[in-house]
Design a protein around this ligand. Structure first.
Ligand SMILES: *Cc1c(COP(=O)(O)O)cnc(C)c1O
Length: 366
């Protein structure tokens, strides 16, 4: 059996070309390597049209490291963060605020509800001490798409700053710095850009970054320091994940060759449609209403099979070459399927076919 295809929203299945670009070793001081870093930063900035106004600061680690770094660097110690909350990644932001000792306030939603602009507006009007809003663009826990553009406009109108966790949307869904006011957009190598996991990056409005000198609670997480050092030396401050950087560069090259944001977004949207329609034919219902379903990851109700257990379902689908993702809802039994990554020759239909075969198997055994 060949390596199974990951139907998970990062790590995900990366192309052979991306994998092969990890076969060479790079010195972190080497000018050729630092040119790769510079090219990645430039191209990431261009994806959101932030040239001239924003800076791209890369950071070692998984995506959460960059979320923590952005909050720690950009929110002053006496700042306050408003977090509209509809899933696990929003809760993680609240937890980071708690650990960093930054004042915070949540607006809580159900796991199948998108954030409402009016609520954010009301909270901002009621509390002038709120300095920042932290919004998760696509809440990967259920797959909800939050109304980013409308919220960005409200936050700007109230003169506050917006920090966007766009981890599972960056590169696939539109974010345009020319028309959308924000201070920071956070993402990572191993999501929609289809690189290996291992580094994150934050696109920061230059003026906000300049003002952030000395805010950060941590040396390693200080994006201002990373930025200043990189500007001065072209190098990363501490050992970079060299192979990941080289592979991410290759992944971005392939992304641009595929047609960039629009092509990537269209491919995922098509996967999402085939998946939802295909599994619906098998009697598997998706959890979210279509209007708030992001074309990134889909939550499905567990199959109505007696003695259903995710583990057995997972193992059976895995033996047919696909890795599912467990559900992350608090009360309902669900499972998730990602729409992203290199799905191989049979594409997402291969995954639908595998689930179909497994359901027949499990039903026959039940
Ligand atoms: C993947 C993801 C993160 C980061 O998670 P890590 O496990 O640290 O990579 C943060 N926010 C969202 C919305 C994500 O999908």
């Amino acid at each position: 059996m060949t390596t199974p295809i990951l139907l998970t929203p990062g790590p995900l299945t990366i192309s052979r070309q991306t994998k092969e670009s990890m076969l060479r070793d790079w010195g972190s001081w080497d000018a050729d390597f630092n040119r790769i870093t510079a090219r990645i930063r430039e191209r990431l900035l261009a994806i959101v049209h932030g040239e001239g106004t924003h800076e791209c600061v890369p950071l070692q680690g998984s995506g959460t490291f960059s979320v923590e770094a952005a909050l720690g660097t950009l929110v002053p110690r006496n700042g306050k963060v408003l977090v509209p909350q509809n899933g696990a990644y929003c809760q993680r932001i609240l937890r980071i605020c708690r650990v960093l000792g930054r004042a915070h306030q949540a607006i809580d939603y159900a796991e199948n509800e998108a954030v409402r602009v009016e609520d954010v507006e009301r909270a901002l009007a009621a509390d002038p001490s709120i300095t920042h809003v932290a919004l998760v663009h696509c809440e990967t826990s259920a797959g909800i798409l939050n109304p980013l553009q409308a919220i960005a406009e409200v936050v700007a109108r109230h003169g506050r700053s917006l920090i966007i966790d766009a981890m599972s949307s960056f590169g696939a869904l539109e974010i345009d710095a020319r028309t959308m006011p924000f201070d920071a957009v956070i993402a990572a190598s191993g999501k929609c850009l289809e690189g290996p996991p291992g580094m994150g990056f934050v696109i920061v409005r230059r003026a906000a970054l300049e003002q952030a000198d000395g805010n950060c609670h941590s040396l390693a997480m200080d994006l201002h320091d990373q930025w200043v050092y990189m500007k001065k030396t072209t190098q990363w401050r501490f050992t970079p994940p060299t192979h990941v950087v080289a592979a991410f560069d290759s992944a971005i090259e392939q992304y641009l060759a595929e047609g960039g944001r629009e092509a990537r977004g269209a491919r995922y949207a098509n996967n999402c449609r085939i998946l939802i329609e295909g599994l619906a034919k098998l009697g598997l219902r998706s959890f979210l209403p279509a209007e708030i379903q992001a074309p990134i990851i889909v939550t499905f109700h567990a199959p109505a099979i007696s003695n259903y257990q995710f583990k057995a379902f997972y193992d059976a689908v895995k033996s047919r070459g696909y890795i599912l993702y467990p559900g992350k809802l608090t009360t309902l039994e669900t499972f998730r399927v990602g729409c992203m990554g290199q799905m191989g020759e049979r594409g997402i239909q291969g995954a639908v076919d595998a689930v179909a075969a497994v359901l027949l198997e499990l039903e026959a055994a039940a």
